[in-house]
Design a protein around this ligand. Sequence first.
Ligand SMILES: [Zn+2]
Length: 212
Amino acid sequence: MIKESTLKPEDASVRDTVGAGDYYLKVIKAGQTLRILDLEGNQAADTLFYSADDPTERYSAMDTIREQGNAYLSAGTRLRSNYNRVMLDIVADTCGRHDTLGGACATESNTVRYDLDKRHMHACRDSWMLAIAEHEELGLSKRDITHNINFFMNVPITPDGGLTFEDGISAPGKYVELKAQMDTIVLISNCPQLNNPCNGYDPTPIEILVWD
Ligand SMILES: [Zn+2]
C-alpha cells in the first residue's frame, strides 16, 4: 500500500548516507521514526532488527507474516519479534512492497545460485559480520545473523508458490518509514549483489533519516 509521510527531511535529527555495499548499525529509541531512502532506485536494503534491551529478541518473518496474513511488507505492517511482540510499525511506504522471504545474499548462496567463481564476491552476510565485529558493545554474534527483510526488493510469489527474483519496483526517491515500538538495534547491509536484478546490477547509496 502506498502511503506518503508527513515528516520533513529538514526536521530529522539524524541523516546518514550509507554507501553501496556498506553497513548501517545503530540503535533507535522507542517512539523514533526511521526512514530508509532509496536515493538512486532499484537498491535492496537487507535489514535485521533486535531489541536493544535483549538482542535474543529479534525480527521474525514467521510471526510477522502469520499475524498479518500476508507475505509482503508495506504500510500497515507490524514487524514482530520471535516473542511475537511488535518491534516497529511501517507507517509510510512509497515503494509499495518489500520482501521478507528471499533471504540475504551470502558467498555460499552466490556459489550455489550463480557460479563457483562468485565465491569471493562481497555479500550481505559479510557486511553484517563486519558490522557486529566492529560493534562488540551491542552483544551480537554470528548466531544472531538470521532471516531478514529485504527493503525495496521484489520477490513475487508465483501462482504455484515459487519465489522469483524480479527487477525492482523501487525508483529514485522512494522510501519506507518505520516507527519503533521498542528500543531497537537496526542492522542494514546496503546490498552489494551484482548477480541478480535486486540492485539493477549497479549497487547505489541509501540514506537513513531518524525523527525524534
Ligand atoms: Zn545482498
